[in-house]
Design a protein around this ligand. Structure first.
Ligand SMILES: Cc1ncc(COP(=O)(O)O)c(C=O)c1O
Length: 458
């Protein structure tokens, strides 16, 4: 026993529910038809019952690790070059190196392995715009279990296609995750399939917990672990493993400033609806976090911090440049917390940061790199009014070049200037070495020109 209380059913009881659940309200006709009438009917997920939350325990996580052996990559967790820069022994747990690019495979595989024979024949259904869908589709194919994923209209094309490649039946439905989930639940009910909540099914939590077991094995001296939080499945499972094996460890969760549902749930004592905005960390954008995840994780989390979008962009950029790692926004949130200076108490400590996903859209990546450069003061824009006489702009570009600053874009405007007609406003986007270099440029411009506008993000 691990010392945690069960307020609801144990995982063994869940197994039993699993075997009863398949026969509920199953309709024979239209079994291969993935359409269902969309209604507001409240469909309860018996595995995520707010009145009877399941607290996952250490035995559950250990059982998951044992049963999954060989089916999931044991990803590296090595010391980072960035350690010196941040004054701590910094280790990255590289779960973005799983086959489909995220830790979600852990929970997905374990949940599929735990299905009854009947369920495994019928298959499962899930709602997800990304990593959970990919993970379930891929392991469904490996284990020959039919998988249906319902994805919102905004799901990236690349991910939709990948799920199809992994043999899943893909249904596109819903303007937001709420609608997508409702459709998936209705479909599960109609077809008698198991609905697999990607951050709250107890087996998902137990499976994600295997990341925590690996961390302790790979970095036994770990003092703190920083874990991104969406619905809460990853932090819940991992915290169970980590705190059981090393009670002194600090568990720090990270949310985006645009999705703070777990902090709201911790404060309210239950999941509450929280508005989520557009964020680079789309994997963390969950409006209502998991009931089991909350019940399991709440007593184990030491602190949750909130990161800015610009810090997430910067973290993605640093990981590419210094770690040679392509990590998505949600996966980079842990490093963002360090960059933003939110965990000063970890100086001098052994800190593991979960880099838990790498599925970033290629077009988004380009924009994120630019945001990251801007946030670091390496890509900046400024405007300066110069003389419109011959040589005025040439003189400006020479001053910029003399400082070793590279011009990316330049444009000049005459018509809207309020000053004399012999002046021109020149707007530049330039690349500098760092913020100090950018400030040097600003000083130089201000000392030569009267009218200078500088836009530095810092
Ligand atoms: C890359 C990545 N990191 C973190 C999370 C958050 O995990 P959870 O919802 O279990 O808290 C997700 C969820 O999709 C994710 O895709």
């Amino acid at each position: 026993m691990n010392g945690y209380n069960h307020t609801g059913p144990t995982i063994d009881e869940i197994e039993h529910m699993n075997s009863n659940h398949n026969h509920d309200s199953h309709e024979k006709e239209g079994e291969n038809d993935n359409t269902v009438e969309y209604t507001d009917e409240i469909v309860l997920d018996p595995f995520c019952d707010p009145d009877h939350p399941v607290i996952v325990n250490f035995n559950d996580v250990s059982a998951a690790a044992y049963k999954m052996k060989g089916g999931i990559e044991k990803t590296p967790c090595n010391l980072s070059q960035m350690s010196k820069q941040f004054g701590m022994k910094l280790y990255f747990k590289k779960d973005f190196l799983q086959y489909t690019g995220s830790f979600k495979e852990r929970g997905a595989r374990y949940t599929l392995l735990q299905l009854t024979e009947d369920q495994a024949t019928r298959g499962v259904v899930a709602a997800s715009a990304g990593n959970h869908a990919l993970a379930l589709s891929y392991h469904g194919q490996l284990l020959q279990i039919p998988v249906t994923v319902v994805m919102p209209i905004v799901a990236p094309m690349m991910k939709v296609e990948a799920c199809k490649q992994y043999g899943a039946s893909v249904v596109i439905f819903g303007n937001d995750f709420g609608e997508t989930k409702q459709y998936a639940m209705l479909l599960a009910k109609k077809k008698g399939l198991l609905y697999v909540n990607g951050y709250d099914h107890p087996h998902i939590l137990a499976g994600q917990g295997t990341m925590g077991l690996e961390i302790i094995e790979q970095v036994p001296q770990v003092d703190a672990c920083i874990i991104p939080v969406g619905g809460g499945g990853l932090i819940a499972g991992s915290a169970v493993a980590l705190k059981n094996l090393k009670p002194s460890i600090k568990i720090i969760g990270v949310e985006s400033e645009r999705s703070t549902g777990f902090q709201a749930a911790m404060a309210a004592g239950k999941p509450v609806y929280t508005h989520v905005g557009q964020t680079l960390a789309d994997g963390l954008a969950v409006p209502v976090v998991g009931v089991n995840a909350l019940a399991t994780a709440k007593p184990l989390i030491d602190r949750i911090v909130t990161v800015k979008e610009s810090s997430i962009a910067l973290a993605i950029l640093r990981l590419i440049e210094q770690e040679k790692a392509v990590v998505e926004g949600a996966g980079a949130a842990g490093l963002a917390a360090i960059i933003q200076g939110l965990v000063p108490e970890l100086k001098g400590k052994h800190v593991v940061v979960a880099l838990c996903g790498g599925n970033i859209d290629t077009t988004a990546l380009g924009r994120v790199i630019e945001r990251g450069l801007a946030a670091e003061g390496r890509l900046i824009r400024f405007g300066v009014t110069v003389s419109d006489r011959p040589g005025g702009i040439a003189e400006l570009t020479k001053k910029i070049a003399d400082l070793g600053v590279s011009i990316k874009d330049i444009l000049h405007e005459r018509a809207w200037l309020q000053t004399d007609v012999f002046s021109v406003m020149v707007k530049c986007v330039v690349e500098t070495r760092d913020l100090e270099h950018a400030r040097q440029l600003e000083k130089e411009m201000r000392s030569h020109y009267e009218n200078v506008e500088f836009w530095l993000d810092q």
